[in-house]
Design a protein around this ligand. Structure first.
Ligand code: T3D
Length: 268
């Protein structure tokens, strides 16, 4: 395993077997986001996008929580001064991260190791495959402090759950457990706490050994589907399949099938 050089301890970064692990690391604050952690996570995601050695990303949290969203200590009204421009903080910090997670054409696996609240929950929901420890909880905490769901939450909750459940979660800020989140289709699955990191790590390694370009194009196709007509999606599939069909991994996949052996994909 190579430890990447990082300017901040707020996100631990490690590369092993093509998997870049990004571990949110402010455990005494339940990995809530301050500016330093935002920038460190963004740097990790930028590296994941650019580095051909990285073929899958694993996002998790250190300690007993995944992330409690925004660090409210940085928003303390008792310190005085004008109200913060939260639109600006979304534009500067949260939105670029959300856009990166969705646009990186490599699988992003999320291992939710404990409570995920506010933007912490919605960052998890933006990832491609989400596993959660059975003890983990997801909370749309925003309404408790007078805010609206952000970090893509109003979009992902409404799309995944439909309005009735999305509104109830957002308006009531009641926690739901990992098994309910899995039953409702918010995450891929809930696993025993002790098995979470092994299972998520194995899944990320499996994806990292896969046909990276094809997996990335698959991500693009599925994300485009909700906004496309069937006609537009069929056109997109044609174009993406043309691209996938020109990859070395496609040739390797078919050759391996014909030779009755396992393929050795190179991510090209
Ligand atoms: O501001 C902008 O830029 C706009 C963007 C907003 C995005 C958002 O995410 S808004 C939503 C912010 N998050 C919350 O409102 C959640 C606040 N936290 C909680 O409700 C609870 O902590 C949890 C339900 C997540 C967990 O509860 P519990 O009982 O398991 O833990 P705890 O005791 O509340 O927290 C443990 C420690 O973490 C505690 O510190 P202490 O007392 O041991 O020194 C607590 O203060 C700290 N902590 C938890 N969440 C945050 C936090 N510190 C700062 N900011 C937090 N969000």
């Amino acid at each position: 395993m190579t430890e990447a050089t990082t300017l901040s301890e707020t996100v631990r970064v490690a590369l092993e077997a093509g998997v870049l692990s990004l571990t949110l690391n402010r455990p005494d604050k339940l990995n809530s986001f301050n500016e330093e952690m935002h920038l460190a996570l963004r740097a990790g995601l930028d590296r994941a996008a650019a580095d051909p050695e990285v073929r899958a990303i694993l996002l998790t949290g250190a300690g007993r929580g995944f992330s409690a969203g925004q660090d409210l200590g940085d928003r303390d009204p008792r310190k005085g001064g004008p109200a913060p421009d939260l639109g600006a903080t979304l534009e500067t910090f949260y939105n670029p991260t959300l856009r990166l997670i969705r646009s990186i054409e490599k699988p992003v696996v999320c291992a939710v190791n404990g409570v995920a609240a506010g933007a912490g929950a919605n960052i998890a929901f933006a990832c491609d495959i989400v596993l959660a420890a059975k003890s983990a909880k997801f909370i749309q905490a925003f309404s408790k402090i007078g805010l609206v769901p952000d970090a893509g939450g109003s979009w992902s909750l409404a799309r995944i759950l439909g309005e009735p459940r999305a509104k109830a979660l957002a308006l009531l800020a009641e926690p739901i457990g990992a098994e309910t989140a899995a039953d409702w289709g918010l995450i891929w699955k809930a696993v025993d706490d002790a098995a979470l990191l092994d299972e998520a790590g194995a899944l990320a390694k499996r994806l990292a050994a896969g046909p990276t370009r094809g997996l990335g194009l698959t991500k693009r196709a599925i994300q485009a589907a909700a906004g496309n007509s069937l006609d537009a999606q069929l056109d997109l599939e044609r174009d993406l399949q043309r691209e996938a069909g020109r990859t070395a991994d496609y040739a390797e996949g078919v050759t391996a099938f014909l030779e009755k052996r396992q393929p050795a994909f190179k991510g090209r």
